[in-house]
Ligand binder design. Structure first.
Ligand code: GDP
Ligand code: MG
Length: 164
């Protein structure tokens, strides 16, 4: 079986952009359990020469009546259930949000798999200073990338490969 890497993160951080950049083939799977967004897209990718299955999760998209934290927990649980490595995306242009802190806190408490953080949309070196606030999350693996421009992606892939 190929190892599975699941991309998690709130909507609009660039999960699908990164997924599209890394995958060559894909297959949409929709699991229509009520209450949570469980749409997932599966794709095949090569990381440092190694075949992996990449999962693009739906993103936290809570129904109006559901707390954000509950949706975060559901998405992360789903990723933890099926992935070997969690790739957690944040938005370096939006900056560090309470949601990111909630995700980091929750993963710290529950993750039984390695977690790699990628702060996306860091399109140039001038944006790295602003994104430095993400160090305050205190996570072990933290990268600054631009999925749109492939910046920082090789370093991220190298780190992922070591955790597979
Ligand atoms: P998702 O909801 O997490 O899947 O995010 P998307 O991949 O759909 O991207 C959301 C928006 O962010 C789109 O308008 C993308 O073009 C934009 N985006 C994604 N990656 C980057 C990036 O590296 N830099 C910039 N500036 N924009 C990006
Ligand atoms: Mg998406």
């Amino acid at each position: 079986m190929t190892p599975i890497v699941a991309i998690v993160g709130r909507p609009n951080v660039g999960k699908s952009t990164l997924f599209n950049r890394l995958t060559r083939t894909r297959q949409a799977l929709v699991d229509d359990l009520p209450g949570v967004t469980r749409d997932r897209l599966y794709g095949r990718a090569k990381i440092e020469g190694r075949e992996v299955t990449l999962v693009d999760t739906g993103g936290f998209d809570p129904p109006a009546d559901q707390a954000f934290a509950a949706e975060v927990h559901a998405q992360i649980q789903m990723a933890l259930d099926e992935a070997d490595v969690i790739l957690c995306l944040a938005d370096g242009r939006a900056g560090l949000t309470p949601q990111d802190q909630e995700v980091a806190r929750h993963l710290r408490r529950t993750a039984t798999k390695p977690v790699v953080w990628a702060v996306n949309k860091v399109d140039g070196p001038n944006l790295e200073d602003a994104a430095a606030e993400f160090y305050s999350l205190g996570v072990e693996h933290l990268f600054f990338i631009s999925a749109a421009h492939a910046r920082g992606v090789p370093d991220l892939l190298e780190a992922l490969a070591e955790l597979l």
